[in-house]
Each structure stands twice: as C-alpha cells, then as structure tokens.
Design a protein around this ligand. Structure first.
Ligand code: UD1
Length: 368
C-alpha cells in the first residue's frame, strides 16, 4: 500500500512519526507531505530530527494566514500533489487547519481518508479546532479514536460503527518511544531546575492570548507561581507577539520565569517529565501530563480530551486564575490529584492502526 501522511503544524509531527515507522516496518510505502503551516525551524524541522522522521517527500510551504487563506492555500497546494502521488490512502491527524484542508481535497477526488484522533469534541464552536474536527470526522472514511468519549461522540453524530476504531493514542507512542532518550538530556541541570520543584507553562490559544485582560491575568498567575518555584515558559511565536503588543513581556521577564523560544520535542519532554506542575491551554500536553502523572492545570473552559480530567491528572480552570493559583500552591505542598493512564495509551497504537488498515484496504468499506 502507498500511504500519504499529512503533517503541517507542531502537534501533527509526533502523531505521524510512529505511524510512519510502523507502516514502513510492515512493508508499506509511507510518504510524508508537509503543508508548511508551521515553518520556523523550532516549530517544524527540530521535530523531524528529534523523531527520526525523514525529510518530507512533498513540502507545500503555505505558511501563515487567516484561517480562510491558510486553509485555501493548503487545498490549492495539496490537489496537484495528491493527483501526482496517487496514494491508496490519505492519513490526517488531529484538528489543525492542514487536517481539514487535505481531507476535503482528498475526499472530493475519491481518495480514501483515515482520520487519527477522531471523535474528540470540546462542544465549543468558537474554537477553530472544533470546526476542523467536526468537518474532518463528517467526511473521513475511517476514524481512529484515542479515548472513550470519541466513540460516544461519533455514535451521537450517526457515524456507522464499522468505520470507527478505538486504537489508543499515537502521541503517547511517540512519548513512550522517546522518554528514555529525553531523560538523558542535560537541559534541567543546565537550567538549574530541581526535579518536582519547577513548573512548565505553555499558552497559545486565541481565547487566552488575543485578549489583553485574559492574557494579563494569566501572566499574573505565572508570576505568582514563580514566587514559589521557577516557571519555564517556552513561548509560542504568536503568544510572544501578543505579549509584546500588550506590554506584558516586561512583567514576565521581571520574575523567575524562564522565557525561552519554542523547544524541541525531546527537550520539552525532558522538562515536562521532571516538572512539579504544568500550566497549559494545549490539547496534547493535557494527554502527555496524564501519561507522565504530572499535575496539569488547564486554562480553558472545556476540553475535547475529557479522559484526562476523568481519570488523568488534568484539571480545568476556565479563566479562574485565582482557583488555578490556589491549586498550584496546593500541588507544590504535595496535594496533587492522583491519576491513571487511559487504556490504549501504551506505545502500541501505531501497530494497531497498521493492522486495521491492512484489513480495511484489502476489503474497502462501502463509502456510500
Ligand atoms: C496551530 C493549530 C493549533 C495547535 C497549534 C500548535 C490550527 C487552527 N491551529 O495554531 O490547533 O495547537 O498550531 O502550535 O491549525 N507562526 C510563526 N512561525 C510558525 C508558525 C506560526 O511565527 O512556524 C506564527 C504566525 O504569526 C502565525 C501564528 O503563529 O500567524 C499562528 O500560526 P497558525 O499556524 O495559524 O496557528 P497556531 O496558533 O500555531
């Protein structure tokens, strides 16, 4: 089989890497198409290096833009590339603009599409990612699910069960496969961080960083935590631009907040693994902290990954930064919520997906 895997933005690389390797091990031709949604070396190339992925077979170089422009540019670039490649299957992952754009193009040209990390729902249509999830799941042929809520949501939306497969979590495959390597890095020692006695923060959602009041409250939260322990804040380029525009950078720099640029996969994993708590609005980091057993404070009203709250170490705070500050304080005194690792988050999701694809593509489902 010839499989075309789509990557584009940071969280897609660690989902495709283990699948690519598993497809190759099973003797399939696995091609990687990079849309170029993320293009800074620290947002893109470093992940190829860290994850042992080959250079992309196709690079579209679309770059940034409004949602409409970025999605449209991916579609324009992808169509001729797809017609030239003629794969047996297109694999899309997650919920970024590249995911929905490539799904639309492929389905309309009659190429089967598999969506990995299907069925997740925040039920918040103001999130661009929620629209991307709904549209991709509505049109993909095969839907691979990471947690029980995905099965429930897809059933409610009327997706036939024979298209839906619970396979576990590919992002956790990458984590399991790279944890030992990440632990050998000297980054914590070099930054003078004691295990369990520092925090890691990431913030980039529009709802948090596009509004000066909301972003200002989050900065106050981080400054408060930094009064107790150092806070490492690898800042996303868009968050840095906003912090500058809102005059917040000085406040961040004045306290024990270690502002770094975006970090590589292994360095970031090393920091997560050793941290005492994490403050985030990322989706993937809610999952990674649940796997690692690190307390996670999520500054969002909702999560499309409810298993991380139900059985993992994650807690949601919406915009209640006072409650988050109290929780951080309690965690640092040793009062953390215990968590368990969800089923199928075991490092073997890629093998399960390849086994299912082997069966499906020898016996294609009725695509109606
Ligand atoms: C995208 C995803 C989001 C994911 C995030 C991880 C969508 C809708 N959003 O958000 O789900 O959590 O990636 O990072 O697909 N920029 C750079 N260099 C880059 C890439 C972006 O400077 O390499 C800056 C640009 O100013 C750009 C802005 O970041 O306009 C936003 O980039 P974009 O790809 O539109 O969305 P993200 O916020 O990164």
């Amino acid at each position: 089989m010839k499989i075309l895997n789509i990557v584009g933005a940071r969280p897609t690389f660690m989902k495709v890497a283990p699948l690519h390797h598993a497809l190759e091990r099973a003797g399939h031709e696995s091609l990687i198409l990079h849309t170029g949604q993320h293009y800074d070396p620290q947002m893109s190339k470093v992940f190829f290096d860290d994850l042992g992925m080959p250079k992309p077979d196709v690079y579209l170089g679309v770059g940034s833009g409004s949602h409409a422009v970025q999605t449209a540019e991916v579609m324009r670039g992808f169509e001729p590339a797809l017609l030239e490649t003629k794969p047996d299957l297109v694999v899309v992952v997650g919920d970024v603009n590249s995911t929905v754009a490539c799904s639309l193009v492929a389905i309309k040209l009659g190429f089967p599409v598999a969506h990995i990390e299907a069925g997740l729902r925040s039920f918040d249509r103001r999130m661009p990612e929620e629209i991307n999830r709904l549209v991709t799941d509505a049109i993909a042929d095969y839907l691979f699910v990471t947690e029980p809520s995905g099965l429930v949501n897809l059933a409610h939306e009327g997706v036939p069960t024979e298209r839906v497969f619970m396979v576990g979590n590919l992002m956790i495959d990458s984590l399991v496969g790279h944890l030992e390597q990440a632990r050998r890095l000297p980054i914590r020692r070099e930054m003078g961080l004691a295990d369990g006695r520092y925090a890691v923060a990431t913030l980039h959602r529009p709802s948090n960083v596009d509004d000066p009041v909301a972003f200002g409250k989050l900065v106050d939260l981080l400054v408060g935590i930094a009064a107790e322990v150092p806070v490492v804040f690898p800042i996303h380029p868009r968050s840095r631009k906003q912090a500058e525009a809102f005059g917040l950078l000085d406040r961040l720099e004045a306290s024990d907040i270690r502002l770094t640029g975006p970090l590589g996969y292994l360095e970031f994993l090393n920091l997560l693994d050793g941290s005492g708590l994490v403050v985030t609005d990322s989706g993937g980091i809610q999952e990674e902290t649940t796997y690692l057993g690190v307390p996670c404070l999520t500054l969002r009203e909702n999560t499309e990954r409810p298993v991380t709250v139900e059985i993992g170490t994650n807690r949601l705070f919406g915009n209640d930064t006072a409650a988050a500050a109290q929780a951080a304080h309690d965690i640092l005194r040793g009062e953390a919520k215990p968590g368990r690792i969800p089923d199928g988050w075991d490092g073997h999701a890629a093998e399960r997906i390849v086994a299912i694809l082997d069966q499906l593509l020898n016996r294609p489902a009725d695509r109606g």
